[in-house]
Write a new protein. Structure first.
Length: 187
């Protein structure tokens, strides 16, 4: 978090009881939800889609009105290169490799090949994330639009999720409106 890499989730896969459209795309800009005790994101609905959208069907509060204009999403499809690592500041990384023999006809002599990483930490607590296939980043281009929308609607969202039929007991400050996300296929 201090390095600006979002809020890491312990459980990345969405719950299987969500709409198929949500399962296909996963977390997106505009998703409203909360963090579960097990570290997953509990999707409620997407504020950028209308009530009839398959991702929101039977999930939105009464009188729901989505954002009036579709937000512009900035995409960085190669946010982190293949084999990137993200670590806390106390972690030191060392690439472990070996020299390829000069007898290999297609490889120049003495070419070092990386085959892994070694990490050490100067702290009792540290974190390491290795992205073998890299990652993608999606960000809302206009945070002001989301802030204004959330300010206007937050009270009704809490009332809905805590009211009859939902009864989730979500305390003030527990709802998250996704304004950006990083995605990877392997870690």
């Amino acid at each position: 978090l201090p390095q600006g890499h979002r809020y890491p989730l312990w459980l990345l896969d969405p719950l299987s009881n969500l709409p198929p459209a949500y399962l296909h795309y996963g977390i997106q800009v505009g998703d409203l939800g909360y963090l579960a005790d097990d570290g997953g994101f509990v999707y409620l609905f997407n504020v950028c889609k209308d009530a009839e959208d398959p991702i929101n069907l039977n999930r939105v509060p009464p009188n729901f009105a989505p954002l009036t204009s579709e937000p512009s999403i900035l995409q960085r499809l190669e946010m982190h290169d293949k084999n990137s690592t993200i670590t806390t500041s106390a972690v030191e990384q060392k690439s472990i490799g070996f020299d390829v023999s000069a007898e290999a006809p297609t490889v120049p002599a003495g070419l070092g090949v990386c085959c892994g990483f070694e990490f050490t930490s100067s702290s009792e607590q540290a974190a390491v994330l290795v992205l073998p296939d890299g990652s993608e980043r999606y960000d809302c281009a206009s945070l002001d639009m989301f802030e204004e929308y959330a300010t206007t609607n937050a009270h009704s969202w809490y009332k809905y999720v805590n009211g009859p039929g939902q009864g989730r007991q979500i305390r003030n400050g527990m709802l998250y409106l996704v304004t950006g996300c990083d995605k990877c296929h392997s870690w």
